[in-house]
Design a protein around this ligand. Structure first.
Ligand SMILES: C[S@@+](CC[C@H](N)C(=O)[O-])C[C@H]1O[C@@H](n2cnc3c(N)ncnc32)[C@H](O)[C@@H]1O
Length: 271
């Protein structure tokens, strides 16, 4: 089940604080670029599906086709199964497993989707090779991944330094915090063709959004686990974290503050 520990490879961990961010996601809001490509009867793989909040909307879009979600972490798969059960998505099946060794036949999916996964995986090409194996010829891969340098909290009372440390922490854990803008290159390198790329923001533009983002930042970024990891890697000091906490509170309290996480998104095809 879920616990609050960080793994050395996966920066975000599975704490309640970070899960609040994932629970705000849906296919409509976070896979809007993909939905026009989906239709009834398609077989879709959602790799690194997490708690399934995006997966269930994708399942609806391909009904009566099958959606298969795969994630390393059992706690996430249990949540995804619960979400599919609550929504009546009988065509959705969720598996605990590693995307670099998928339990599926070659050439068996029409579409493979990921959201905020490749940015955390050290060996991008190993994962893409395995996903490509299970896609049918002509099948589509679709990904939406963070662009660390296209993200901000405005006004900048000091949060940009905190964000830079967050980006460095993802890299220190073997991830790729700029993956959103590297997607076309990595997809082409993996042998996919006809790449169509775009970008969008997760935007925090209302007082409620700002309070939400502040609460996640306070509960997750300023947790002992994250501070411990960042200080262990020499990315920041306790004193810097204290200053950033004050800056983040100031940002929350500023009447005109907004925040944004930039994402690159792309679809491409298996020849
Ligand atoms: C940031 S979460 C994103 C979850 C979901 N796609 C979303 O956006 O709401 C990344 C997920 O990828 C999973 N993951 C990372 N590497 C994986 C691997 N090799 N195989 C399966 N899942 C993996 C993690 O367990 C985590 O649940």
């Amino acid at each position: 089940m879920a616990d609050d520990t960080q793994t050395s490879e996966y920066t975000m961990g599975y704490s309640e604080e970070f899960l609040r961010m994932l629970h705000r996601r849906s296919a409509q809001s976070h896979a809007a670029y993909l939905l026009p490509h989906l239709g009834p009867g398609m077989r879709l793989l959602d790799f690194g599906c997490g708690p399934g909040t995006i997966s269930v909307g994708l399942a609806k879009a391909v009904e009566p086709g099958e959606l298969h979600g795969v994630d390393l972490e059992e706690s996430q798969i249990l949540m995804a199964r619960a979400a599919a059960g609550a929504g009546g998505h009988a065509n959705a099946t969720f598996h605990v497993g590693d995307v670099t060794a998928l339990p599926f036949e070659d050439d068996s999916f029409d579409v493979a989707h990921c959201h905020a996964v490749l940015m955390h995986v050290p060996d991008t090409q190993a994962m893409l090779a395995e996903v490509k194996r299970v896609l049918k010829p002509g099948g589509m891969i679709a990904g939406r991944e963070m662009i660390g340098t296209a993200s901000f909290m405005e006004p900048d009372f000091g949060s940009s330094e905190a964000w830079a440390a967050f980006v460095q922490l993802i890299a220190a854990n073997g991830g790729h915090p700029q993956m959103g803008k590297e997607l076309p290159d990595v997809l082409l390198e993996a042998g996919f063709t006809d790449v169509r790329a775009g970008a969008s923001f997760d935007f925090f533009g209302t007082r409620e959004d700002v309070a939400f983002f502040h609460a996640v930042a306070t509960g997750w970024f300023f947790s002992d686990e994250v501070i411990g990891a960042a200080t262990k890697y020499g990315l920041a000091t306790q004193e810097q974290f204290e200053a950033w906490r004050v800056a983040t509170d100031r940002w929350r309290d500023h009447p005109g503050s907004v925040g944004a996480i930039g994402f690159g998104e792309a679809v491409a095809f298996k020849p």
